[in-house]
Design a protein around this ligand. Structure first.
Ligand code: UD2
Length: 320
């Protein structure tokens, strides 16, 4: 059987590098397109000698045709595309919406055009729970009203609509996956807007104080990156998946207070917990309805939060 060639944009990032691991384990040829703005070479260092992996430094917003022509000639045509590259900071999108349109919206259309011209078999897109905004429904179903509260969320929602259009009108199979709060090894804690688990892990492993914004009773659906990468690869090779976007979460809510304690326990840390005022625009409850992912992809998250936090804690401690 010929090996399939899968392009992963953002493949050197947190979610991308775990996805690349899975694809290589499955026997695929993988081309990573990454501009290393947030992705890191070290996330794929352990694959350095893998002859089935090529890493191309390129900003996918600037175009992919030239970048891919060398692999198309040397290897084979692109079979499938997993589009994870994005400007991921919501706050940045609010400060500069036009840049966000270019990075997070126009780039999706660009990839879909490539897919149409090349007859690509599947395009999988990383969407976000941010498409819902502050919705009243919990757990939130895919059919809930979409009122995104940032250019980031608007561009994810617009990208989803383009995926649907290319599927309907041009017959390109597509899947948009709405990620909830993804966490795990390789998540970068450096920014104030990094995922809360990476921030708490980093601080707990250094023994410095953990700050909870607000009363800490706000909830999130924290989903382990190993589950998320499995959902992505499942969608990538699914022939039967519906083209409707699906939530990728666990269906379980954890409060930030519970989370802080779980992180401290997983690290065995003595960090103190303090409270600070709530973030502006804080969402109070966020939890995925996971029925559609099960029905469409046969996907269910498997890693309980305590296990995922243990794996994440081990990784953070191995870094220090
Ligand atoms: C995530 C995205 C956000 C938007 C949203 C859509 C990140 C980092 N944030 O926001 O941009 O896409 O999802 O649903 O991807 N917290 C603390 N202490 C800290 C850091 C965070 O208490 O040091 C709280 C924070 O106030 C929030 C919770 O932890 O209640 C989760 O924060 P987050 O930034 O990881 O994720 P979220 O869902 O607020």
């Amino acid at each position: 059987m010929t090996q399939e060639l899968v392009v992963v944009t953002g493949g050197a990032g947190f979610i991308g590098s775990h996805t690349v691991d899975r694809l290589l384990e499955r026997g695929c040829r993988v081309v990573v397109l990454d501009n290393f703005s947030t992705g890191k070479r070290e996330n794929l260092d352990h694959r350095r000698d893998d002859e089935n992996l090529r890493i191309i430094e390129v900003n996918v917003a600037d175009g992919i045709w030239a970048a891919l022509s060398s692999v198309e000639q040397a290897w084979q045509p692109v079979d499938r595309i997993i589009h994870l590259a994005a400007q991921t900071a919501v706050v940045t999108s609010i400060v500069n919406p036009l840049d966000d349109i270019r990075s997070n919206y126009a780039t999706t259309v660009h990839l879909l055009e490539y897919a149409r011209c090349r007859g690509v078999k599947k395009v999988v897109f990383a969407s976000s729970a941010a498409v819902y905004g502050d919705v009243d429904e919990s757990p939130v179903r895919e059919t809930a009203p979409k009122v995104p509260l940032s250019p980031y969320g608007i561009d994810k929602l617009g990208s989803e609509m383009y995926l649907r259009y290319y599927a309907e009108v041009h017959g390109i199979p597509t899947n948009a996956l709405r990620f909830f709060n993804v966490y795990g090894p390789r998540q970068d804690p450096k920014s104030a807007y990094s995922g809360v688990i990476s921030i708490f892990m980093d601080r707990a492993s250094r023994g410095v104080g953990i700050t909870i914004f607000g009363d800490g009773e706000q909830t999130r659906d924290f989903v382990f990156v190993g589950d998320v990468s499995r959902a992505i690869v499942t969608a990538c090779f699914s022939e039967s998946a519906s083209r409707e976007p699906v939530n990728i979460g666990t269906g379980n809510e954890t409060t930030v207070n519970q989370l802080a304690q779980l992180v401290i326990d997983a690290i065995g840390s003595k960090s103190a917990i303090t409270h600070a005022p709530s973030r502006a625009g804080e969402i109070v409850r966020s939890c995925a309805d996971v029925g559609a992912a099960k029905a469409s992809l046969g996907f269910e998250a498997q890693i309980p939060i305590a296990d995922g936090l243990k794996q994440t804690a081990d990784w953070f401690q191995s870094q220090s």
